[in-house]
Design a binder for this molecule. Structure first.
Ligand code: AMP
Ligand code: MN
Ligand code: MN
Ligand code: MN
Length: 298
């Protein structure tokens, strides 16, 4: 089976590493197979596919990775709740067949279906008829997200681009921003651990939190059993990387130190600033893949 957890050999870390990206199983544009080919061309030797709330692309990606000589870590990017906020927790090297993972995915699939219907109802009220069917058609996987509504609105000529769709209709505080009671941070980390994986706090600077609140988030995450933080993710400048490194150093005071992860958060080829595989960890951090290196036990 290609959905099994992987061991990370020296070969697997001899090239580029990208541990955060999306395929058509969620809101990415490339199929899992095309994504793996693109990663291969970009020199990636260790890749994690981390679709939003689903692992339905892992089998195809795993097969393609095996054929192309890339090591694939089965992954997922879970939507979770921290207080009243939404945070993203990446699960790396999870056992896709485990009861814990299947449960965590199916709970979210139900929440996403309900949310998609509510988003569509609200858009219909604004005169955007056919929103649900339109978004569902664009979601080739079973995960319907706001980007599918955004792309449908662009395709229908309602807005010029997806950024505008978020700005006007789908982003924070807009009509399509439907509140959802996602499983909370601690439950999410526990699900990932129970599935044999490592929980990674995704893109810590993208939640609009003050420094103090970020420290609280990291501390709750660590207490829940979180293993790593994305030190580099997507579009990020060196000052932001330094900020995350400082947060990590503070958080790693007396507890088990948090490891470092990285990823492009690649969704589509025309996002040139988030090219697949074009990310690198700064020196002097302990990478999350040390957990799975040959001989290491997790
Ligand atoms: P969802 O998981 O359905 O809540 O949608 C969140 C996804 O929407 C993120 O993973 C991004 O891919 C995308 N997204 C969020 N904000 C924006 C934005 N302002 N413009 C374009 N895409 C966005
Ligand atoms: Mn996304
Ligand atoms: Mn995210
Ligand atoms: Mn992502």
């Amino acid at each position: 089976m290609y959905t099994a957890r992987s061991v990370v050999t020296d070969d697997a870390i001899s090239g580029q590493v990208d541990l955060h990206c999306h395929s058509t199983a969620s809101d990415g544009i490339l199929s899992p197979m095309a994504l793996v080919s693109r990663a291969k061309s970009a020199g990636v030797t260790l890749l994690a596919l981390t679709d939003h709330d689903t692992v339905s692309g892992i089998a195809e990606a795993g097969q393609a990775a095996a054929e192309q000589g890339i090591t694939l870590l089965p992954g997922v990017e879970f939507t979770a709740r921290w207080g009243r906020r939404v945070v993203h927790i990446v699960g790396l090297n999870v056992d896709c067949m485990s009861a814990a993972l299947i449960e965590a995915v199916s709970v979210r699939a139900a929440l996403r279906r309900e949310r998609a219907m509510e988003i569509a109802r609200r858009l219909e009220k604004r005169g955007f008829t056919g929103a649900f069917e339109g978004a569902r058609r664009l979601a080739s996987g079973d995960e319907i997200g706001r980007p599918h509504f955004a792309r449908w609105m662009v395709a229908e000529g309602h807005v010029a681009d997806t950024a505008k769709a978020f700005k006007r209709y789908l982003g924070a505080g807009k009509i399509g921003d439907v509140a959802v009671l996602w499983p909370d941070l601690a439950d999410t980390v526990a699900s990932i651990e129970a599935a044999g994986g490592a929980a990674v706090l995704a893109h810590p600077l993208k939640y609009g939190l003050t420094r103090t609140r970020l420290q609280a988030l990291l501390s709750d995450f660590q207490r829940a059993g979180g293993a790593a933080v994305e030190v580099v993710c997507g579009q990020q400048n060196p000052a932001q990387t330094r900020e995350i490194l400082q947060l990590l150093a503070q958080a790693s005071g007396d507890e088990r130190p948090l490891l470092a992860s990285l990823g492009s958060d690649f969704h589509q080829p025309d996002q040139s600033w988030r090219a697949l595989g074009c990310v690198r960890l700064p020196p002097d951090v302990e990478p999350v893949w040390n957990l799975w290196q040959t001989g290491a036990s997790k």
